[in-house]
Design a protein around this ligand. Sequence first.
Ligand code: ADP
Ligand code: MG
Length: 403
Amino acid sequence: MSFAKLGLSEALSKAVADLGYQKPTSIQTKAIPVILQGQDLIAAAQTGTGKTASFVLPILEKLQRGKTQKKKRVRALILVPTRELAIQVAEKVKEYGQFTELTSLAMYGGVDEKAQKQALIDGVDVLVATPGRLLDMYGQRAVYFEEIEMLVLDEADRMLDMGFIESINKIIDRVPTDAQCLLFSATLSHKVRDLAKTAVNDPYEISIAANQASKSNIEQWLITVDKDMKSALLSHLIKENQWDQALIFIETKHGAAKLVSQLEKREIAAEAFHSGRSQEVRTRLLEDFKNGKIKYLVATGVAARGIDIEELSRVVNYDLPFPADEYVHRIGRTGRANASGEAISFVSKDNFKNLCMIESRLGHLIERREVEGFQPRKPVPISILNYVPKHKRQKEEQENQDK
Ligand code: ADP
Ligand code: MG
C-alpha cells in the first residue's frame, strides 16, 4: 500500500516520502479513504500510531481541491488539548503541506494574542487550536466559524480529562452543521462516545487494537537520558521508588561488572550475571534472584536468554537491545502469568536508530518520560515509524530496479 493509492495527490505523497515515511500505518490506511469520501469518523488507536497524518493528509487533499480562504475565516479546524500539541500538529500540517499553497496557524494560550490575530486577518486554511484560546478569539471577533468545512477533535479523551467539555460543545454549536467532523482518541471511553454523539453524524468507526507484540499487562516506557548519566539514573530510580526487584539488561560483560560496582558505591547491592561467571555461580545467582535474596541482577542479553522467572515485576533495558525482536522478548519476561509488570528503557541520543527500529517493530511509539534532574543535554529525536535502515533501503531499491 502506498500513500498515492489511498487517493492522495503527488504534492502530498512527495511530502511524506521526503519525511522518510515508506508506507502508511494501519490507522492511516483505514482513515484516509473514509475521510476523503466525506464521511464523519470516530477513530481510536494507541498513541504513536500516526493519527496526525491520518487526518491532516486528507484534510489537505480536500482543501487543496477547493477555493482559497476569506478574511478571518478558517476552512479546517483542529482542536487539541495542549499548547505543545498545537505547535506539534501545526508543524506537521506545514511539513505535509509543504508542496501545497495552503496556509496554517497554531493558536494557543499563554502567549500574546497579537501575532495570532494578525495571522488570522487574511484567513487561514487550517487552524490548530486549543479550545480556551479559540473561544477567546472568537469572542473578540478575530475569527469566524461559518466557513469551516472540517472539524477535528484530536486526543478527545485527553481534552475531556482536562475539563474542556463545555468549551468544546460551545465550539461545536457554532460550527456549520454540515461540516465534516472527525474524532480521534487513544481510547473510546463512555465519555468520549457521549461527546461523539453531539459532534459526529452517523460516523464511520475505526478502532485499531493495541499491537499484539506488546502484551497489555506490561507497562512500558522509556526514559531519555545522556549516556554518562545512566548509572546515576538507575541508582536514583531504585532508591526513589524502592524497587523490590529488577532484571537489568546491559550489553557487555565488562559493562555489567562496572555497573555493579557503581551501584555498590551508592550502597545498592547487585550481582552481575554473564557468561564470564561459572555455570555453578549463575545457577546460584538465579536461585537467589528468584527467592529474593538478590534484588537487582545485571545481566547481559545473551546470558539472560534462558532466564525464566514467574512474576518478574520489572525489567530495565540499561542498554537498548538489538535487534528489535530482542526487545519484544525481553519485555515479555515481565508480567508473566497475568501478573503486571513494567519495562523501562534508558535511551540516549546515540540509540536513536535502534529506537526507530524497535518502535517500528512494535508499530507504535513507546511512551517517553523524563526524570527530574536527568533530562538529557542531547535530546533524542522522535522516531519515524516503518523505519528501514539505509543499507536495507538501498538493497530494496536495487532489487526493485532489477525486477
Ligand atoms: P499519534 O497521534 O497517533 O500519537 P503521531 O501522529 O504523533 O502519532 O505520529 C507518531 C510519529 O510517527 C511521528 O513522529 C510521525 O512523524 C511518525 N509517522 C506517522 N506516520 C508515519 C508513517 N506512515 N511512516 C513513518 N512514520 C510515520
Ligand atoms: Mg496524536
